[in-house]
Design a protein around this ligand. Structure first.
Ligand SMILES: Cc1cc2nc3c(=O)[nH]c(=O)nc-3n(C[C@H](O)[C@H](O)[C@H](O)COP(=O)(O)OP(=O)(O)OC[C@H]3O[C@@H](n4cnc5c(N)ncnc54)[C@H](O)[C@@H]3O)c2cc1C
Length: 466
């Protein structure tokens, strides 16, 4: 008997249901990972994110080795190639059972349904598990039996339906008997999947992220609510790439929150309670992509917004990408993204609203660019964030409430520290000018590419006429 664990976005040994259950059965256990280069290109996955996956795969391989479980890596350029590749592997190595954890993107669900039926047709046992969110997408319903479209009632239902067992962590599996398989070498992949982002900003591995979350909650958890909106403060957890790659489970993080908050999630320490509610936004958007798959098929959630005639000015768009819009807070965010593979949440909202409202450009262009650059790029949260900002999504910002980037800058970067960190031209700009520099050329900086008041009015007109 041989059991295969197919790893995907679940690169960890702790609290990994597929791995745990495979190891609880009799027989040898082997891990498998498919490198889907062409699929990643189609999905627009960022180079820094792919590099992060490979580095975490290496850590996973080391942890698995301690359990006597080899990890084999195989190239399958597209998801559709996996059916045949997995079948050959299973045949060649006399595998009797395959285990994997579910993913909820449209392409991932399609891939898994095919693989599932191909394996079953070949008399291979298949076991799949839910682990990405606490409640399985599709299980939380309104009183009328509909899927939630608004976050607050979703959150109330999330808590109402929470049972103790939902938060039980599965241990690291027991050490297996010696394996007859050769583990794949990852050295070649580590040197081929590189990126311009400094790897030391995003250390890999379960051990790192466990310590990091522990430190975050003990030192910054209580002040999170107060400080989370100030981009110059290192006040948020920077957990997103690890959650999205499955280096840690959201369940583990919620258990840590319980530990630091007197075993409560929805009352007690205001900072920790707020952090938990942000993790629930992530869960909300995962339920949305599952319940309303149109949002990940290039469609807005609010149908009528597909009628908007977006502006297609490539010159202005390029200024946004390059962080040369002449609006310092927007440019700071776009440069932070390019340099680090991450952008502060408040600034994601500001830059996204600036593109979709002030420049009146298609939010899908921005969504794609973020995906191509974010180390935490995630179909559900990225789509949710963009559609929120563009007022085309579920529970989105009302179209008439357009953030003024200059007012946001004054409020959330009052000393201009964040701007000066990323917009070097303005390092010597005095504080009274930093948010809206007069004669920006004197600093080698730019005039604003758009009039904020006029463009705001135009966007409101466009949306109100839908
Ligand atoms: C336009 C736009 C695009 C976004 N794209 C992504 C994306 O591709 N991937 C991604 O993980 N998040 C995305 N977000 C959400 C959010 O900006 C990031 O999750 C957050 O900045 C990550 O930093 P952190 O880990 O320090 O968060 P913390 O503030 O410490 O929050 C803890 C965790 O809660 C979750 N979370 C926090 N805020 C949100 C939110 N608004 N929506 C969903 N989950 C949230 C994340 O998993 C995060 O790691 C986007 C937001 C916007 C407005």
């Amino acid at each position: 008997m041989r059991n295969l664990v197919w790893f995907r976005n679940d690169l960890r040994v702790l609290d990994n249901p597929a791995l745990y259950h495979a190891c609880s059965e009799t027989g040898e256990v082997v891990g498998l990972y498919f490198l889907c280069e062409k699929q990643w290109l189609i999905h627009g996955d960022a180079a820094c994110k792919i590099n992060f996956w490979i580095r975490n795969l290496q850590c996973l391989q080391t942890s698995l080795k301690l359990l006597n479980i080899p990890l084999i890596v195989i190239k399958a350029p597209l998801y559709q190639d996996i059916e045949n590749k997995i079948l050959s592997f299973v045949d060649e190595h006399n595998i009797t059972s395959v285990y994997f954890n579910n993913e909820y993107g449209v392409n991932e669900l399609r891939r898994d349904r095919k693989v599932y039926s191909v394996l079953l047709n070949n008399q291979i046992n298949v076991s799949n598990f839910h682990e990405q969110t606490i409640h399985t997408p599709g299980t939380l319903k309104t009183q009328a039996g509909d899927n939630f479209k608004v976050y607050s009632p979703f959150k109330r239902s999330w808590f109402k339906n929470l049972k103790k067992e939902h938060l039980e962590i599965l241990p690291v599996p027991k050490r297996q008997n010696n394996s007859s398989f050769e583990t794949s070498s990852l050295a070649h992949y580590l040197s081929s999947y590189t990126s311009d982002i400094d790897e030391s900003l995003w250390p890999a591995g379960e051990e790192y992220i466990h310590d990091h979350v522990d430190n975050f909650l003990s030192q910054k958890g209580s002040s999170y609510k107060l400080n989370r909106d100030y981009p110059s403060l290192d006040a948020t957890s920077k957990l997103s790439p690890y959650l999205n790659t499955g280096v840690v489970s959201s369940k583990w993080c919620l258990n840590k929150a319980l530990e630091y908050n007197g075993m409560k999630l929805d009352s007690g320490d205001k900072g920790i309670v707020h952090w938990v509610s942000e993790i629930l936004w992530r869960e909300f958007y995962r339920h949305i992509i599952y319940n309303f798959p149109k949002v990940s098929k290039n469609k807005p959630f609010v149908d009528k917004t597909s009628k908007i005639k977006w502006n297609h000015d490539d010159f202005l768009y390029q200024k946004w990408e390059d962080g040369k819009t002449g609006i310092p807070i927007v440019d700071a965010g776009m440069r932070q993204l390019k340099k680090t593979g991450w952008m502060h949440n408040r600034i994601r909202m500001i830059t996204a609203m600036f593109l979709s409202k002030n420049l009146l450009m298609d939010w899908q262009k921005g969504e794609k660019y973020f995906m191509q650059n974010l180390i935490d790029g995630d179909i559900a949260s990225n789509n949710g964030g963009w559609q929120w900002s563009a007022s085309t999504g579920t529970d989105a910002a009302p179209y008439f409430r357009i953030m003024n980037p200059v007012s946001q800058s004054k409020r959330f970067d009052p000393k201009g520290t964040y701007i000066r960190t990323w917009v070097h031209e303005l390092e010597k700009c005095p504080l009274e000018d930093i948010h809206e520099p007069k004669n920006p050329e004197q600093y080698g900086y730019y005039e604003p590419i758009v009039d904020l008041k006029l463009s705001r009015k135009k966007a409101i007109d466009v949306f109100s006429n839908l």
